[in-house]
Design a binder for this molecule. Structure first.
Ligand SMILES: Cc1ncc(COP(=O)(O)O)c(C=O)c1O
Length: 377
């Protein structure tokens, strides 16, 4: 009998896919979830198997709010959290409720390529705004605001995918001001906020979300626990939460993932989430330095700013078309993601995204050695 696929990963045998942005399967905390499930089943509460309240399981939201209050150092109201099936589902639902086909949205250039696919599904007109080492170029966005009236701007403000860049505090404040002035939404995808290695990130957009109706913080357990949970949250102003919870999708299906929420509540309340994040940060920090060392050794022509958190290196290879390189490196059993994938206008050809989340230090070094061998060929 042929084996049917279980995961989204499709790496040929012997390959090292340095572009892979999924977490290492060996780092997914099966034991932690197992213990949480035992505690939950022992409590004998069947409500997590019922259609859930539209906004998401209240006990879970309370546990999440306590975790977030501690993590952000700012009080988080469980009444202003909305449970999602991950950041992707949040983006899709926000598009459904707040946009119509043909509407303009702004995105960072470069941006997370799969979010661009969601926006495409909704027929949105994507206008890219350049970024630099401090994130989104606000001055250029102001110029674009004279020309366009965006429904929202989609940003990944902290340890961005793919560039690794973090939006500065000053620019965060400016962006929130502009959103209020021009009345567009800031959809802040903060999935890497809890994975800093060298630098404490600036205030999350979540801290503005409760008071400013234009700011919506999207987050997820995919990077800090496990993507297979399909669990995340939105933190937003009451008016936004009301609109989300009042949607037809929730009215019919009830709140998202009540059963998984009940398990993750146990993980949070037992302190398991904090421990898991601490051990991921240690592990990923080691991998970040391993990838950096390998690039210095085998790919000296590569130019990049060392990321301070998240999963990615955004590597500039002057004079090299990364799409061509990707085709060529297949013979060396190594893979990458070409920069053009992350550009809504097909730019960034001389860039590639490399990830340090999926492999340990040895495989990272071996993969970069293969890339280097192909480049000097
Ligand atoms: C910026 C960003 N947003 C969202 C996602 C997907 O999140 P989720 O698994 O919660 O749908 C990813 C995963 O790579 C990501 O990098």
């Amino acid at each position: 009998m042929t084996e049917l696929d279980i995961t989204q990963m499709d790496i040929p045998p012997g390959f090292i896919d340095l572009g892979m942005g999924n977490p290492d399967i060996d780092l997914l905390p099966l034991d932690l979830l197992g213990r949480a499930a035992e505690t939950h089943f022992a409590a004998g509460d069947r409500r997590s198997l019922q259609y859930g309240v539209e906004q998401g399981d209240g006990n879970f939201r309370r546990a999440l709010a306590d975790f977030l209050t501690k993590a952000y150092g700012v009080h988080v109201d469980p009444g202003l959290l909305f449970v999602t099936a991950g950041a992707s589902s949040a983006l899709d639902l926000l598009c459904t409720l707040y946009t119509h086909p043909g509407d303009v949205i702004f995105v960072e250039e470069p941006s997370y390529f799969l979010a661009l696919r969601i926006f495409e599904d909704h027929g949105l007109r994507v206008v890219p705004i350049p970024t630099d080492n401090d994130g989104l170029c606000i001055d250029i966005m102001v110029e674009k605001l004279a020309e366009f009236n965006p429904m929202f701007i989609y940003i990944i403000p902290t340890f961005q995918n793919p560039s690794g860049v973090t939006l500065s505090q000053v620019r965060r404040e400016k962006l929130v001001e502009l959103a209020q002035l021009f009345n567009f939404l800031v959809v802040a995808d903060e999935v890497y906020h809890f994975l800093p290695y060298n630098q404490t990130p600036p205030q999350a957009f979540a801290a503005y979300a409760e008071h400013v109706e234009q700011v919506i913080s999207v987050n997820s357990f995919s990077k800090i626990l496990a993507p297979g949970l399909r669990l995340g949250w939105i933190q937003a102003h009451g008016a936004v939460i009301e609109r989300l919870a009042g949607s037809g999708l929730l009215d019919s299906g009830g709140g998202m993932n009540p059963f998984t929420s009940a398990l993750v509540r146990e993980v949070i309340e037992s302190g398991g989430l904090e421990k898991n994040i601490a051990s991921l940060r240690m592990e990923y920090a080691g991998r970040l330095y391993a990838l950096d060392a390998a690039l210095l050794k085998y790919l000296p022509a590569a130019k990049y700013t060392l990321p301070q958190g998240g999963f990615f290196f955004w590597v500039h290879l002057p004079g090299v078309d990364a799409a061509d390189l990707r085709r060529n490196v297949q013979d060396y059993k190594v893979d990458l993601r070409q920069g053009a994938l992350f550009s809504s206008q097909g730019g960034k050809q001389e860039y590639m995204r490399l990830s340090f989340c999926f492999y340990g230090p040895e495989a990272l070094e071996a993969g970069v050695k293969r890339l280097g061998a192909c480049l000097v060929k």
